[in-house]
Design a protein around this ligand. Structure first.
Ligand code: ADP
Ligand code: MG
Length: 232
């Protein structure tokens, strides 16, 4: 390959992904054949109304749940064929998650929340762990609050902790499922600003979902989902 040519490498590639849920006697189809490619370094928003399939899609990509059919390649590995323990390993080492409701542990400090996912990664020793935690907390500007508990923080600050926790593992992809849905408009924009900055400065690949039209203009790549299908 030519030196100096910037290569575009996919981090995740979906082909024909379908997923249904059983709801009592009926089946609800959440995804009806999704094709999607996310390249390393991209900042992409999945936009769609409530119930369109955004969370299901992010859960498939994040290996939280498996599709009924179709293919998902993560870093060229077909994840639909992986055993449970390989899936959890991939999830822990390569993917960071940010949720709408922050999902912080209330009895742990900011620092301890950020450290938690690193404790199950035996490749990281305590000194490296401490360094990663400190760097991630600095990246989201929360050094002065690192000993606080989540309920001593505002919503925007809590979501910063969740972003730090997602970044601390140096993931190849960060998935954020409606990260601003529980925030007011000022804080929503601040969280998007922070994610954009981390994308530009630290080359973090982000895929986030939103139904908030005010945020759509901020993002370089939008993909639209409607009733479990990608729309142009
Ligand atoms: P969004 O995140 O865009 O709101 P979801 O992926 O949560 O959409 O849901 C897509 C569709 O799948 C909806 O019709 C929803 O009701 C259904 N669904 C999602 N999760 C489940 C579940 N665990 N059991 C049954 N139906 C579900
Ligand atoms: Mg959702």
């Amino acid at each position: 390959m030519d030196k100096g040519l910037k290569t575009i490498e996919p981090i995740v590639q979906l082909k024909g992904v379908q997923k249904s849920y059983r709801l009592g006697q009926t089946m609800v189809t959440a995804l009806r054949g999704i094709d999607l490619k996310i390249n390393k370094g991209e900042f992409t928003a999945v936009v769609g109304a409530s119930g369109s399939g955004k969370s299901t899609l992010l859960n498939m990509i994040g290996c939280i749940d498996q599709p009924d059919s179709g293919s998902i390649q993560f870093d060229s590995v077909e994840v639909t064929k992986l055993a449970d323990d390989d899936l959890s390993r991939l999830r822990n080492r390569k993917i960071g998650f940010i949720f709408q409701s922050f999902n912080l542990i209330p009895v742990l400090s900011v620092e301890e929340n950020v450290e938690l996912p690193l404790l199950i990664n035996s490749d990281i020793n305590p000194a490296q762990r401490a360094e990663r935690v400190a760097n991630a907390i600095a990246d989201v500007g929360l050094e002065s609050l690192k000993r606080n508990l989540p309920d001593q923080l505002s919503g925007g600050q809590r979501q910063r902790v969740a972003i730090a926790r997602a970044l601390a593992g140096s993931p190849d992809l960060v998935l954020a499922d409606e990260p601003t849905a529980n925030l007011d408009s000022t804080n929503s924009h601040k969280i998007i600003d922070l994610m954009l900055e981390l994308n530009a400065r630290r080359k973090v690949t982000f895929l986030f979902s939103t139904h908030d039209e005010a945020l759509m203009g901020r993002v370089s790549r939008l993909v639209h989902i409607q009733d479990g299908v990608m729309k142009l």
